[in-house]
Design a protein around this ligand. Sequence first.
Ligand code: AMP
Length: 212
Amino acid sequence: MDIILFGMQGSGKGTQGKILEEKYHLKVFEMGGQLREMIASGTPLGDKIKEIVNAGNLVDDDTVLQVVGEFVDTLQSDQPILFDGIPRTVAQSDKLLNLLSTKGRDAFAVLIKITEDEAINRLTQRRVCESCKGVYPPSYKSEECQHCGGKLVVRQDDTPDSIKRRLENYRKETIPVIDGFYDRDHLIEVDGEQEIDKVSKEMIEKVDYLFN
Ligand code: AMP
């Protein structure tokens, strides 16, 4: 069973995704991370994506579906995947579920719930490691990543305008996708405003049956 991790930007999907990855030996596909790698490559396509991402807009479906399709093709069919950051629209959801079913796969959704106010607080105050992409809250005072020693920086798209646009996209485009999983009884909801350990505990209690 593949897992699609949903949650507003800043909900802790990256952190919780790592916990699921280790516990259930999932392969993580992080759409935003893949796009940032394409931006770093400095190709014409990367430059085009950079403009879209920095403005907080969504990259076109053909590009994201191509990237995700190439990733799925590198794996054996019995290797479960954790998707983070895709699908973000109903059209992407239909295309992704179609792609997965042609490969004999099925996906269940896990939603980490936080309010929009909490998301804005977290996004305006977080820093990320330039090297390993670890995310740090404002309470972490050092300039260095505690895992790899990399430099902590503000993400280029964590500007007020971009944050506003991304949350608007989430509300308009992604919530209907989540509703679709709820309607098909394929959604697990977790309270994302608890301490990190408690979020993980609740999530694992609820997803465990999918892997046993
Ligand atoms: P994230 O790291 O998930 O916050 O994503 C960063 C940015 O990458 C988003 O604001 C979008 O510009 C772009 N992006 C990520 N995932 C998708 C997607 N599934 N479809 C289109 N654009 C995406």
